[in-house]
Design a protein around this ligand. Structure first.
Ligand code: DQA
Length: 145
């Protein structure tokens, strides 16, 4: 099975970005851990990051027919993007939402997620390890089918 891991704005800065909130791990480090975990789970993955909302919409649209599941950390677009929500609704690919931080412990505006409206589930508060948890969940989801 093929899983597309998508990362939104500012996640390219992980490692130096608010380390008190997001930890010292870089996105490249998280990607490496994801590849190792995917291999162990017999999943094929592609790992991408963009700062642009439209690019995320394009990637979600293009995933139809190619990927069996999505893992999505949409960054701040989580809280604002009806466009990404609509793209997810259109493609109907099972999506697992991930956030490094516990979004419910932070500013009020981070508590609401458009992605959660359609996600199978959401993992937050476990840092980069959350991506590995999401891969485990995707593997379980896809073999149950
Ligand atoms: C985030 C949480 C968002 O509120 C924030 O805008 C991010 C990162 C997280 O992974 O914890 O950019 O998605």
């Amino acid at each position: 099975a093929k899983v597309l891991v998508l990362n939104g704005p500012n996640l390219n800065l992980l490692g130096t970005r608010e380390p008190d909130v997001y930890g010292a791990e870089t996105l490249a480090g998280i990607e490496a851990n994801c590849h190792a975990r995917a291999k162990a789970l017999d999943l094929e993955i592609e790992f991408r990051q963009t700062n642009s909302e439209g690019q995320l919409v394009d990637w979600v649209q293009q995933a139809r027919g190619t990927f069996d599941a999505l893992i999505l950390n949409a960054g701040a677009y989580t809280h604002t993007s009806v466009a990404i929500l609509d793209a997810l609704k259109a493609v109907q690919i099972p999506t697992i939402e991930v956030h490094l931080s516990n979004i419910h412990q932070r500013e009020e505006f981070r508590s609401h997620s458009y992605i959660s409206k359609v996600a199978v589930g959401m993992i937050c508060g476990f840092g980069g390890f959350g991506y590995e948890m999401a891969l485990e969940s995707a593997a379980r989801l896809l073999t149950k089918k």
